[in-house]
Design a protein around this ligand. Sequence first.
Ligand code: ATP
Length: 392
Amino acid sequence: MELVLATKNLDKIKEIKETFKNLGVKIFTFKDFPHFPSVVEDKETLYGNALKKARTIARFTGKIALADDSGLQVEALGGAPGVFSARFAGEKATYKDNNRKLLSLLEEIPLDRRKATFRCFIAISGGGIKERVVEGICKGRILQEMRGENGFGYDPLFQPEGSTRTFAQMSLKEKGEISHRGKALRKAGKVLEEWGNTTVIGLTGNIGSGKTTAARMFAELGAEIIEADKIGHDLIKKAEVEENLIRTFGSSILDEKKKIERRKLGRIVFKDKKKLEELNQILHPLIGSEIKKKIVSSKARVVIIDAAILLEAGWDSLVDKVLVVSASYEAQLKRIKKSTRFSPEEIEGIMQAQGPQDKKIQRADFLIRNEGSLEETRRQVEQIWGELVARC
Ligand code: ATP
């Protein structure tokens, strides 16, 4: 697995690399990416800043990004400097400037009233639903003078509970075992280990392009397939959804057993854009959360979400990569007409309701051109599978 650190602070990079040295992840830093952005830390909380940094860098690099935002909360100062820890003595303040300011503010405060807590939030963002924030804290007190040369930031003033030394008097390893960042990093490491096991692919393409055919080939290779259509079909059998749909579209969508007949519902929505939108507003969020549940509980290395409207419904936000299966309009039409599932008007309606194929291809991380024989398609599937498995 690859991980990029969303910081330009060399001291933090050193600490994180030390903690993750046995995790088996390949670590990238800002030095590996020209034009690596500096993220403005303008959120009101450490949590918010950490998440903003991780999301920005994940988007910029296309890799899982890890960001930390840490702060020192001093009881006698009502929790300051907190989110302003790095720039306590001003925007361009050095570690020394910040320490001096802290010492001067606490000048009158005796040692037993100089309690402080170091708090660290680590955000990991990998695009898709892969996003987590974990926290680590370390309690201690602020000494009356700086001690030690190691570490960085407020380390020379901070003496953790149960220790006679400051963080700056400890080795990187010793500090990491008890520090706020060390604790948060270990939690983050567990999250990365869990994530390392699953890659989520959104498989899409227009009707008749060959999604189901490709999905079956991936399943034979060991992928778990989640079918959005099937989830939708099961959902409309649930009482509360059924009631909502009858309220919205009337009882003409029911069969003789008073159950929803999908085909009747389809006939209404595929010839009326507004009605289709109403249906989508009811079903898409519900299908999205079912997909999410299935991804989270999956133990497969590769999970494939088979969804014709992956992009239109915004479910691409749930996946790591998008795979598009394409075919010419003529090939699509020929294949669908072979199936007795749909009437010509229904085919026309469905094709209209699905977004244009070109737009899907533009969004594709992987593309299967399903124009030729099934063997040719299988070869493309196997090649993509090889890349996915090598990746995770
Ligand atoms: P839908 O959106 O309707 O579910 P789909 O994109 O999943 O369609 P498939 O069901 O995979 O498409 O394919 C439609 C039909 O075309 C199927 O009968 C399938 O067997 C056939 N087909 C798919 N690809 C090829 C191919 N390369 N050569 C021949 N037949 C194919």
